[in-house]
Design a binder for this molecule. Structure first.
Ligand SMILES: Nc1ncnc2c1ncn2[C@@H]1O[C@H](COP(=O)(O)OP(=O)(O)OP(=O)(O)O)[C@@H](O)[C@H]1O
Ligand SMILES: [Mg+2]
Length: 119
């Protein structure tokens, strides 16, 4: 299993959530975050040149997936979050040791796969 942790533009959140839903990826955590993408701007200070680090508001999506959903999740985010301009964000793929569903005590693959109500 992997945790797909994507930092995206907040303006792209709806597009990405819709694309994930269409790809049958339903479980997601959304957080507001602040970040910096490495772009630096030189500013003058009384002690000489320094570097200005302005934080921008971004959104983070965290999605736990089994290996069979990993490529689909990543490609869906890459396609739906992209504008082509600097600052589109990043996708991190992190090893995921254990997942438990609290209600049932199920773990791992059985716990990350959503239960469709009425399905
Ligand atoms: N190395 C990193 N580690 C953690 N978070 C990062 C890293 N790089 C970027 N981020 C996060 O992603 C957000 C968007 O970064 P950004 O899109 O500028 O990445 P980038 O790699 O510089 O791409 P681009 O070339 O399009 O600017 C940042 O505000 C920050 O929250
Ligand atoms: Mg950047």
């Amino acid at each position: 299993m992997k945790l797909v942790s994507a930092i995206i533009r907040k303006e792209k959140l709806n597009d990405v959530l819709t694309a994930l839903f269409d790809a049958e990826i339903y479980g997601v955590t959304v957080s507001k975050v602040q970040g910096h993408g490495g772009e630096t701007e030189q500013v003058e200070t009384y002690r000489g040149a320094t570097v200005k680090m302005e934080l921008s508001e971004k959104v983070r999506l965290d999605i736990g997936v089994t290996e069979s959903f990993l490529e689909r999740a990543v490609q869906t985010i890459l396609a739906s979050a992209r504008t082509g301009e600097v600052g589109d964000g990043k996708v991190f793929v992190i090893p995921l040791e254990k997942v438990y569903r609290i209600r049932t005590g199920e773990k791992d693959a059985r716990a990350v796969t959503p239960v469709l109500v009425g399905g």
